[in-house]
Design a protein around this ligand. Structure first.
Ligand code: SAH
Ligand code: SF4
Ligand code: F3S
Length: 489
């Protein structure tokens, strides 16, 4: 593989911009033919990383002259950015491809592309080649930065284009991005994962862990802030191991300290934290910060030591509980959320009891509970003691019930308090209400004018509805933040 240099990556970005100009000619010709600007639809499956990647795809598509649409039916170009973390994600893609086929039958000029994690699996590619011949372009997670070039290849060929790389050492970022929200943005700080939890396919489809240079991350955030962003979400599969493999190693906590210094940036979030790597330095930096949100997503996966070991998570129940304790002692108002898997091979009702015990003891503010899904190629998929679906369903319901109880109890604690919210949007169900997100990631709906969107307001949390609040605005809080721990913000 070629030696990694960022000069190389800058050259690549320049090359891709040339391809955008070329692709724009094909899009202009299509516009002529249709008598209107062609439309594109980017559909995202999966996690925040995929959502960020989709913003890059949309950036390039709009740069070449496509207009965005949310509806596949209206679109002349549809791209599915896929996820393969659990089988139901894959099934959703296959289901929707059937629908796309019927659209393409009516609109032969329509182009269809697939990218993302699912495409890194050889069996998926075989299936698409066999049963979904109408797909025009397929690429993977490692060559997304080549999208402009791939578009040109697609326009110049009638047959299916497939380009999947097994890995990359490139980090090409200087390409157009079209953000979904004007006021908040994801920022990739690292790619890939080295942890190889035994159930998980991510390391196989996203490759080895690579951190971006801190300077590049800071410059990107500064540019985002200049463009109106007040909240960033730093993204990585395990942000706590950020920076270890850089030429000049730096810890995630150190990176946060620097991000905090950026003037005009009001809120910092990050995800995901692996419990085995969460440092006391990070707890310290968080607890002293006005900008870092009071929320930690700290996937537990399971409470039983035996299962944790079989999962290759590299912490014990006691270690997790002690960590949660340290976090809550340093920041009593923090929300801790988690991911849980039920039905890992060999998991017994007693093991599930251990998971439930941790849920009760930590009092998670929220938890995503998943049914274990067998992923081909992972060590767990080859384990012999797979749990029957009916048993798993029962255990799953038990865990879910406890999770909902603790989440409700936690949410109820805030009743009557005043809390700061970033106003995100007009409420989908009731246009008289705005929806704001609190530092602890809870949502609050309150009456207000849409010109508040993107601003910070203080809201009284009047009624708790399980996991969210309704309330009323006390005041705009726009000039109250911005001081950093070092006092020079
Ligand atoms: N890097 C993150 C998680 C990425 S995947 C982390 O380590 O926390 C998001 C979640 O999907 C995981 O936390 C896990 O709970 C779930 N997950 C991953 N593989 C799964 C599988 N095979 N079956 C069920 N859930 C799975
Ligand atoms: Fe998957 Fe584990 Fe990596 Fe998370 S840390 S992406 S669960 S292998
Ligand atoms: Fe899915 Fe890929 Fe994210 S498998 S969860 S989209 S890293």
């Amino acid at each position: 593989m070629a030696q990694y240099t960022s000069a190389n990556d800058d050259r690549e970005a320049a090359l891709q911009r040339e391809y955008m100009v070329k692709a724009a000619r094909y899009v202009a010709a299509l516009k002529e033919e249709l008598g209107r600007p062609p439309k594109c639809c980017v559909v995202t499956f999966g996690c925040q990383m995929n959502a960020r990647d989709s913003e890059k795809l949309l950036g390039i598509l709009t740069q070449t002259g496509y207009e965005p649409t949310e509806s596949e039916e209206d679109a002349d170009f549809v791209i599915y950015n896929t996820c393969t973390v659990r089988d139901n994600a894959n099934q959703r893609v296959y289901g929707r491809l059937g629908y796309l086929h019927s659209l393409k039958d009516r609109k032969p000029h329509m182009r269809i592309a697939l990218c993302g994690c699912m495409m890194q699996e050889a069996a998926v590619i075989e299936k698409i080649k066999k049963s979904y011949r109408f797909v025009d372009l397929i690429f993977g997670t490692h060559n997304l930065f080549k999208f402009a070039e791939l578009l040109v290849t697609m326009f110049e060929n009638r047959e299916m284009i497939i380009d999947i790389w097994q890995e990359t050492d490139r980090i090409v970022e200087e390409l157009p991005v079209r953000r979904k929200y004007p006021y908040k943005s994801g920022v990739n700080i690292m790619f890939g994962c080295n942890n190889f939890c035994s159930y998980c396919i991510v390391p196989y489809v996203r490759g080895r862990e690579r951190s971006r240079e801190p300077g590049e991350i800071l410059r990107e955030i500064e540019r985002l802030v200049d463009d109106g962003v007040v909240e960033v979400m730093l993204l990585g599969q395990n942000v706590n191991s950020y920076g270890r493999n850089l030429d000049k190693p730096i810890s995630f906590a150190q990176l946060l300290r620097e991000v905090e210094q950026i003037d005009g940036l009001r809120r910092i979030r990050f995800m995901t934290s692996h419990p085995k790597d969460l440092s006391d330095e990070l707890i310290e930096v968080m607890s002293r910060s006005d900008k870092i949100c009071r929320h930690l997503h700290l996937p537990l996966q399971a409470g039983s030591d035996r299962i944790l070991q079989a999962m290759n998570r590299r912490y014990t129940k006691a270690q997790y509980l002690a960590l949660a304790d340290r976090i809550k002692t340093a920041m009593p108002d923090i929300a801790i959320t988690t991911d849980l898997i039920v039905g890992f091979p060999g998991e017994t009702p007693e093991d599930v009891e251990e998971t439930i015990d941790v849920v009760r003891r930590v009092q998670f503010d929220n938890a995503f509970t998943f049914i274990y899904s067998q992923r081909t190629g992972t060590p767990a998929a080859a384990m012999e003691n797979q749990v029957p679906a009916a048993t798993v369903k029962e255990e799953f319901d038990r865990v879910l019930k406890t999770v909902q109880e603790t989440a409700r109890a936690r949410a109820a604690l805030w009743k009557g308090s005043v809390s700061r919210a970033l106003v995100e949007e007009v409420n989908e169900q009731n246009a008289a209400l705005l929806t704001g997100r609190l530092s602890n990631n809870m949502l609050v709906h309150f009456p207000g004018d849409s010109n508040l969107i993107g601003g910070l307001v203080d809201v009284s949390l009047d009624e708790c509805h399980g996991f969210y609040y309704t309330g009323h605005m006390i005041r705009k809080a726009d000039d109250t933040l911005g001081k950093t721990v070092d006092g020079n913000g």
